[in-house]
Design a protein around this ligand. Structure first.
Ligand SMILES: [Zn+2]
Length: 279
């Protein structure tokens, strides 16, 4: 455990980039072998806006990273934050709790708020207006959303008291988790279900990308599914019944254009419809 912590404390930028590219490549290849949906799409053409927004997300995170480092240093020096207030935690429990709580504040909570506050939902819409969800959808975030998510992560580091090693460990796991959750892959249903008791499985996250409420407002988790189960936002829907996109912004052509997507948050709010649930 100590070796892992030491590694993440000084993880080179190159290794972080390799995790991003490596994960994308791995799931991209798996999508060719066991796809969930046989999309009639040009995979590279579809990837262009998504990779553009992945790039802008990297820029935002890179530019603001110094605040994360400063906060992580500050909580360590001042022994501040939840994981530092619990006495005698073994290292593994310290790291696990740190990652879990960062996943709660930086991902679950951020995501929940983005769905409940209208102007933030308009920003988050860019992520949902993908009609062919695959591993490239993972970081399809409007630059404003990247800033919002960064702010939540920063707050998470502060309140959780995470040192930089745990922050980097969390960010790496979070990245692979989101690529996995969005990947257009079909695990055996039993495996997917078993996984979903602790982690966000591909089937679980796809429910969140159904085009109509109440499904869109469910399964907010990123690494751990426990937050959705704990707070009653966990939902299931047959993988065959899922339709991607958002009912209020159905224009598939516009939803594939970078320029249109950059402007999307500034449209007027449109009222969604809510459908009956399956069970
Ligand atoms: Zn969402």
């Amino acid at each position: 455990m100590e070796a892992i912590i030491n590694y993440f404390e000084t993880i080179p930028t190159l290794h972080r980039s390799l995790i991003l590219v490596g994960g994308l490549t791995l799931f991209w290849l798996l999508e060719g072998t066991l796809p969930l949906f046989n999309f009639k799409y040009k995979k590279w053409k579809h990837a262009v806006p998504n990779l553009f927004f992945t790039f802008t997300t990297i820029i935002v995170n890179f530019t603001l990273a110094f605040t994360l480092v400063a906060t992580a240093d500050w909580v360590k020096t001042n022994n501040f934050g939840i994981i530092n207030w619990i006495p005698n935690l073994p290292l593994w429990a310290y790291a696990l709790l740190g990652v879990m709580l960062l996943d709660f504040v930086g991902a679950y909570l951020a995501h929940y708020v983005e769905h409940k506050v209208k102007p933030l939902w308009m920003v988050h819409l860019v992520h949902h207006s993908d009609h062919s969800v695959d591993t490239t959808t993972a970081n399809r975030h409007h630059p404003l959303e990247s800033i919002i998510r960064f702010a939540f992560t920063l707050f998470g580091v502060f309140i959780v008291g995470a040192p930089i090693a745990i922050v980097f460990l969390y960010q790496s796991l979070s990245l692979v988790a989101t690529q996995f959750g969005h990947a257009n892959i079909k695990l055996p249903k039993k495996v997917d279900k078993a996984l979903s008791y602790v982690f966000v499985s591909p089937d679980m996250h796809k429910v969140h990308h159904h085009y109509k409420l109440p499904y869109t407002d469910s399964n907010y988790g990123n690494i751990f599914s426990i937050w959705d189960r704990l707070f009653g936002t966990f939902m299931t829907l047959d993988r065959e019944s899922i339709i991607y996109g958002v009912d209020t912004f159905p224009d598939e052509v516009a939803n594939g254009k970078i320029g249109e997507l950059l402007k999307q948050p500034f449209h007027k709010y449109r009222n969604p419809t809510t459908i009956k649930t399956q069970d």
